[in-house]
Ligand binder design. Structure first.
Ligand code: FAD
Length: 415
């Protein structure tokens, strides 16, 4: 704010992390009227891009590299956004209001936005450094994975979460064999209900994917520095030509800690993306943020979350009213299945299945004690997803018998 109560739109903004959140924040800032310098620093060698296709369309060869770009390269020039690639930030000095780059030099800022994302979690077990033990977070990771897939190749996927299952589906589409090794007794154990886990496992099995559930991984084994198998805790070895470790991601907190920001499994931010240090904001996968609909803090790893927080920080800095809180949502594509999830089943006490899981077109609604929809998981069911998302947001109770009755439209259920 200036002395006259006006928002000062002229300061220097440095955004660290040129991913979905950082790239979007730069664009919203210009859209909302920021006239001062914006520097967008990314450690990767490519301009902001979409990660979701890396395990889906792009991996299957159904999307080219250009289609991954968040915006055309010309956008950053036209909008006077100083995009610097291969420009990792090594440290932050919040008192001096500077960042120092990996390759030397420092940049001063009036406002600093940390949009540094997350890092694929690694398994610290013997053989983890063998050639062919892969992860999937960046375009460079995806190139390596793609090169390992094809007819006759065998991929072991460690972790039956969304990224792992999507990669298994893409591997099958490319003619490779895929085995999913999961520590829990079911896939998607952390992120979806039993009905959905069973549905996805069955669907994948029909497509030729095999599963090792309740199976700990003890080591990667191989010859001449290259992986040849995954050794399970039982001692059995699953032969493979490559192994994708898909066991989640850890928020990148180190810069925030250097800046003195409070972190708790994610950089802690408020509903407007402020960290505990004045002038420093954080957005996207790296944050632990308020979830107003659920009255709790949480970490969301999704494109809609990156966009929502990018809007929040741009609104705050540009002196616009705060955007209304959004219902968290997410999607996953596997084969011809489109899964869309809205909400978080945090306070749910009952589940209503609408439609027949055997038909690959159904939805699972999670209701709280007052029959309010907490979350919906929709398989090839856009009307259920859209109405469910609305219901999560407006917190209107629903009649469970109507919800499970396919002869009653979702419009009527939600009315
Ligand atoms: P990122 O996109 O990870 O960007 C962070 C950037 O910061 C990176 O480029 C990183 O290199 C850079 N960085 C980190 N540290 C530094 C530093 N010190 N200096 C400079 N730069 C730095 N979400 C969905 O909603 N639906 C999906 O279907 C889906 N599928 C996915 C599939 C895959 C394979 C992956 C990996 C993710 C998927 N996601 C999906 C998640 C989604 O892509 C992320 O939530 C989103 O990218 C988060 O954006 P972000 O900007 O916070 O982080």
């Amino acid at each position: 704010m200036t002395d006259t109560g006006q928002t000062d739109l002229t300061g220097r903004i440095v955004i660290v992390g040129a991913g979905h959140a950082g790239g979007s924040a730069a664009a919203f800032l210009r859209q909302y009227g920021w006239t001062g310098p914006i520097t967008l620093l990314g450690e990767e060698p490519i301009a902001p891009y979409k990660r979701p296709p890396l395990s889906k369309a792009w991996l299957k060869g159904k999307a080219d590299a250009d289609s991954l770009a968040l915006r055309p390269a010309s956008f950053y020039i036209e909008q006077s956004i100083d995009l610097r690639l291969s420009a990792g930030v090594a440290s932050v000095d919040a008192a001096a209001r500077t960042v120092t780059l990996d390759h030397g030099g420092s940049i001063s800022w009036d406002h600093l936005i940390l949009a540094v994302g997350a890092t694929a979690r690694r398994l610290h077990i013997p053989g983890a450094d063998l050639d062919g033990v892969l992860e999937l977070r960046t375009a460079a990771d995806a190139e390596k994975l793609k090169a390992a897939l094809g007819p006759g190749k065998r991929l072991a996927v460690i972790g039956g979460g969304y990224v792992g299952l999507e990669a298994a589906a893409s591997a099958r589409a490319l003619g490779a064999e895929a085995v999913v090794i999961e520590r829990e007794p079911r896939v998607l154990a952390r992120v979806a209900c039993d009905t959905l886990s069973t549905f996805f496992q069955t669907y994948h099995q029909q497509k030729g994917v095999t599963f090792e559930l309740d199976a700990g991984v003890e080591a990667f084994v191989g010859q001449d520095g290259h992986i040849g198998g995954v050794k399970l805790a039982s001692g059995r070895v699953i032969d493979c030509d490559a192994a994708l470790v898909g066991v989640g991601a850890l928020p990148n907190e180190s810069l925030a800690r250097l800046a003195g920001c409070a972190c708790d499994h994610g950089i802690v931010v408020d509903e407007a993306t402020r960290t505990s240090v004045p002038g420093v904001y954080a957005i996207g996968d790296c944050t632990r943020r308020p979830l107003p609909l659920y009255g709790m803090m949480g970490r969301l790893e999704s494109v809609p979350n990156a966009l929502e927080q990018a809007k929040q920080v741009a609104s705050l800095l540009c002196g616009r009213p705060a955007p209304p809180p959004e219902t968290p949502w997410f999607w996953s594509d596997q084969y011809d299945i489109k899964l869309q999830i809205a909400g978080i089943p945090h306070h749910a006490v009952s589940i209503i299945v609408r439609g027949d899981p055997g038909s690959a077109k159904f939805a699972v609604f999670h209701l709280d004690a007052e029959n309010r929809v907490q979350a919906v998981e929709a398989i090839n069911a856009p009307p259920e997803f859209m109405a469910g998302r609305l219901l999560v947001g407006n917190r209107k109770p629903v009649a469970p018998d109507k919800l499970s009755d396919m002869s009653i439209s979702m419009k009527e259920v939600a009315a």
